[in-house]
Every structure is written in C-alpha cells, then in structure tokens.
Design a protein around this ligand. Structure first.
Ligand SMILES: Cc1cc2nc3c(=O)[nH]c(=O)nc-3n(C[C@H](O)[C@H](O)[C@H](O)COP(=O)(O)O)c2cc1C
Length: 300
C-alpha cells in the first residue's frame, strides 16, 4: 500500500501517529513514518486528521476527502430528526427517484463498520410484482404456522412454548390474531411490506462477527437521512428473519451466494405525517462511577 508523507507540508504534529489504530504510522527519528503500510485498513483517519493535507494514499480516492463544514452540524436539527422519525406503514402512491435512493445509500456507506470492513451491500427492490411475491411468501408462512398452531399437535406444542414469557408475547401478537390479519391481507392491505414502492435489504458476509451490527447501523442511518428528506422507512424484520429459512425468498431477492440479509427496510413517501413525537420508556442506565467522584456529575 503506497502511503506517503509530504515532508514539505508536514508540521510534525503527530496526529497521524496518535490517531492511527492499526499502527501504520509510527514515530521514527522524530518524524511520523509509514512503518507498517500492510496493516492499513483504509479508514482514512490519517488523511482526515492531518491539518496540512500532508498525506497521500494510493489506496484511497483522495477526491472524497472533503473539508468538514462544522457550522452546519446542528445538534437541535439532529435531535428533531431522531425524535420525529417513525416507522411508516402507509405510503403515497408516488414513485421514488433513483437519485434520492442513491444519495441515501451513499450517505449510509459512511456508517462505521467493524475494522472498517465496509462489507455492507444493498439490494434495492422496486419491482412491484417481486414485492408482492415477497409479501405473499412471508404471509403464507405465517399462515401455515397459524394453521398448525390450531391443530391438535400444534396446540400441544404451542401451549408448551407459552411457558416462555417472550414466546408467549410473540404468539399473542402474531399468531393468535391471525384470523384478523388474514381478513386484512385479503382486503388488499399488505401487512408485510405495507405496499411500499421500495424494499432495501442490507446484506453482509454469511460468516462474520459484526456483519449484523454493520448492516443495522447503516440501516439506521438510512432511516434518519431518508426521513430528513421527507421519505418514510420501516424496518421489516419479517424479511430479515424469513430469509434465514426460505431459499425461495433469497432467490427472489437475488441474494448473492455466501451473503446473509441482516437488515431490511421499506421506503416511500409517507401518506401521513406525524405531528407529534413518540412516548418512550425512560432509558435504564447503570452508572459505574469512580468512587472518588462524590458528586458524580463530571467524568475525567
Ligand atoms: C429490527 C426491527 C424489525 C422490525 N420489523 C418490523 C416489521 O417486520 N414490520 C413492521 O411493520 N415494523 C417493524 N419494525 C418497526 C417497529 O415496530 C418500530 O420501530 C417500533 O414499534 C417503534 O416505532 P417507531 O419506529 O415508529 O418509533 C421493526 C423495527 C426494528 C428495529
């Protein structure tokens, strides 16, 4: 990996050394030196932290390293975005622009990934027939489970499963009201993809410690940025979960071999806007404090 320090520009502030997590940059003879270029994970920290633009990196697209406009970072605006984002399950019959989706996905690719793996990939499904088929496959699976749950052996097994309070809650929510859901689905309501014009699935390597985290962080950024652009999103756990068991679903989604879906979202123009924010349980926080800090208000 060709990484270079431009001697004439470098002021020796050592930020590149301090901030390099991979030990690529080390001090040698009192100057920052590229000592282990093979360890570089292409995170571009050294380029972004250097106040002098004194680093060249052949493995990175230098045109992407742009000046941060700190004045535009507005915590109140960010807070309003987070507070006002809701899961959207009713959409306008209005197509999305491909350029908007590209912008949203492009921004989400700036999300952190473990070891800067950047292995999150996206499949954007905007094909109505395929979307309907995805919904149909998932809903019919739920229906099959329900049909079995009311059979004699099914009742026996489900009664046993109810001993677990988590499973009991799931059944209460998804299985028991199934007659009602079936009537809704038959009336044309899409209970899986909510008749959204677009489904985005985020996938990563099937074998990976952090692919799920990486995909879901990227997905959260999609939700927030899309919302800031006037678009609505909703995580569709049913797609993510069903893809683990249904080869048919994976082939319909054209999921490449060796990849797993870790996150799924529908996107569209919301039919309704939410005038008020949500109500949430107060966060449970355990503060593990330094015992010498009597007031417990300031850290370090
Ligand atoms: C991982 C995950 C999976 C979800 N799956 C679904 C889903 O399959 N269908 C759905 O309508 N909503 C789904 N949701 C949305 C949640 O129900 C929603 O986020 C929650 O009720 C809070 O509401 P809010 O997003 O409007 O604030 C999912 C959310 C998450 C985070």
């Amino acid at each position: 990996m060709q990484i270079q320090r431009i001697q004439e520009k470098c002021i020796g502030c050592m930020r590149c050394v301090d901030d390099c997590v991979s030990g690529v940059w080390r001090i040698a003879d009192g100057v920052p030196t590229v000592s282990a270029p093979e360890a570089c994970n292409l995170c571009s920290h050294c380029l972004a932290v250097c106040p002098q633009k004194a680093i060249l990196h052949a493995g990175l697209d230098m045109s992407q390293i742009k000046r941060v406009v700190r004045k535009k970072i507005d915590p109140e605006a960010y807070k309003q975005i987070v507070l006002s984002r809701r899961s959207v399950r009713q959409f306008q019959n209005r197509p999305l622009n491909r350029s908007d989706l590209e912008a949203i996905i492009g921004l989400s690719s700036y999300s952190p990934t473990a070891s800067n793996s950047q292995h999150v990939e996206y499949i954007v499904i905007a094909d109505k027939i395929r979307l309907l088929e995805i919904s149909r496959i998932i809903f019919s699976t739920a229906r099959t489970i329900y049909d079995w749950s009311i059979s004699k052996p099914g009742k026996f097994v489900f009664n046993g499963l109810r001993m677990n309070s988590g499973l009991a809650k799931m059944m209460e929510k998804y299985i028991e009201p199934m007659e009602y859901y079936m009537a809704l689905q038959e009336s044309g309501r899409d209970l899986i993809l909510h008749n959204a014009p677009v489904l985005i699935v985020l996938h990563g390597p099937a074998v990976s410690f952090f692919a799920s985290d990486n995909c879901n962080i990227a997905a959260a950024n999609i939700c927030n940025y899309a919302h800031s652009m006037g678009l609505g999103t909703c995580f569709i756990g049913f797609v993510t979960l069903s893809s683990r068991f249904s080869k048919k679903l994976c082939s319909l989604i054209e999921l490449p071999k060796g990849r797993t879906i870790y996150s799924s979202l529908v996107v569209g123009y919301p039919k309704y806007s939410f005038a008020y924010t949500a109500s949430r349980k107060p966060p449970k926080i355990q503060w593990l404090m330094d015992s010498t800090d009597a007031a417990g208000e300031k850290f370090w």
